[in-house]
Design a protein around this ligand. Structure first.
Ligand SMILES: NC(=O)c1ccc[n+]([C@@H]2O[C@H](COP(=O)([O-])OP(=O)(O)OC[C@H]3O[C@@H](n4cnc5c(N)ncnc54)[C@H](O)[C@@H]3O)[C@@H](O)[C@H]2O)c1
Ligand SMILES: NC(=O)c1ccc[n+]([C@@H]2O[C@H](COP(=O)([O-])OP(=O)(O)OC[C@H]3O[C@@H](n4cnc5c(N)ncnc54)[C@H](O)[C@@H]3O)[C@@H](O)[C@H]2O)c1
Lengths: 208, 208
């Protein structure tokens, strides 16, 4: 099994290779070129590529299409999976409106909220459904991923409902941790992580 | 200078230590306990702590308050800095509404948009200002950070305007890279990175 850090690096290679291949019709690329563009150690790049079955062709490097395919299959982007979103506020709306998730196999097929003013309205193309329809929808469509963009104080209660309905992964944007059974993955997103790099840079800046 | 990976780890330690200290009134903690909670190698934890001047007290570990303080100062969270936000749509609204940024020293003090329907309206407590006021506002308040939550096709043009106005860091939520001078930091956020871990987990899941 690959660790979270390896998976995140594979994703960064994948984004970089798909963008590079599309822009410049590049056929091969070396681990050195990837390492420089992504600020990753070149030995680490070769190790990660070997983990998905890619061996370099000496000085020429790697075949770009071959590398994209190997990463796609390893990460599971070649299969598509459906998701539901709970909490159609600001952040929920941005995720519903974002067109690029389908590149990674994910499609948001329904959105739920408990606010009477939102139910029945359209948010970024989805008609907001009431919470009583959540469990039957997940069971009927065999949904395995739920995206949680509700306030923090209701997130654990909602996670329990989602797990009971059969969900196997929760993409958690609320700032609190979630307790779930071992076969359910919680991926926590903390957008504020980026502030470490920003504050550190501005601190140095101020010094001049 | 600390690398981006070290800074991101320091931020994760900081969040963990502040949450732990607040919840359980814990006085000391060992690198092993931190490593287990955050899935980081314990030797790496000790190395990172040494980089901010923290030496463990043998079996007792580290003083929690002391560790928080050392990380705060290293990351620059002990100084506060103001930011402007450009693009008050879904994502911009979520960032304006998010109360926790002030814990890391950052306060969003103004929001700008070019949509006549949004200008003058209040979004998450901020009155949306027109774009012609962007440069004078940045110069007068000596703003050094701009948050970009506009569509991708206008982001480079806006980055140029922000740099010309004197901004030294751009927190970029648009899916395109930005070209800026060397003394300006661009921190790109790609929320979709989380899908690597999710798709990989669901791929395995499906196999059973
Ligand atoms: N990680 C970060 O850095 C970051 C950044 C921004 C926002 N957030 C978090 O994302 C979440 C959403 O933020 P937002 O600005 O979109 O908030 P919001 O208030 O705009 O949206 C929350 C939505 O959840 C709905 N809701 C509330 N209780 C519910 C329930 N019991 N069942 C179903 N729906 C319910 C509300 O009706 C609303 O539509 C919050 O937890 C916030 O802290 C995190
Ligand atoms: N990285 C990710 O995973 C991720 C996820 C969600 C959204 N996004 C990105 O975040 C950005 C915002 O997404 P959203 O859903 O909030 O979009 P949105 O359309 O709701 O908001 C965009 C805002 O920008 C404003 N705007 C457009 N052109 C402008 C200009 N020239 N000057 C000033 N303001 C201008 C619009 O009026 C609107 O208010 C997009 O680039 C989107 O791709 C990224």
């Amino acid at each position: 099994r690959l660790s979270r850090l390896v998976l995140e690096r594979l994703m960064r290679y994948y984004r970089f290779l798909t963008e590079t291949a599309a822009k410049e019709a590049v056929e091969t690329i070396t681990s050195g070129e990837i390492a420089e563009a992504l600020e990753i150690d070149p030995t680490q790049v070769r190790k990660d590529f070997a983990a998905v079955g890619l061996i370099g062709m000496g000085r020429v490097g790697f075949d770009v299409c071959e590398a994209c395919r190997a990463i796609r299959v390893t990460l599971g982007f070649n299969r598509s999976y459906e998701a539901v979103l709970v909490g159609t506020g600001h952040l929920g709306g941005a995720l519903l409106a974002y067109p690029n998730f389908v590149r990674y196999g994910m499609r948001i097929v329904a959105a739920f909220d408990n606010d009477k003013q939102k139910i029945g309205q359209t948010v970024a193309g989805q008609i907001v459904k009431p919470m009583r329809m959540l469990k039957p929808f997940i069971k009927r469509r065999k949904i395995r991923l739920a995206i949680l963009t509700t306030p923090a104080h209701v997130s654990q209660m909602l996670a329990d409902r989602l797990v009971a309905a059969g969900v196997k992964a929760i993409w958690n944007f609320t700032p609190t941790g979630l307790a779930v059974p071992p076969d359910v993955l919680v991926r926590n997103e903390h957008i504020s992580i980026g502030l470490a790099e920003i504050a550190y840079h501005l601190k140095d800046q101020a010094a001049c």
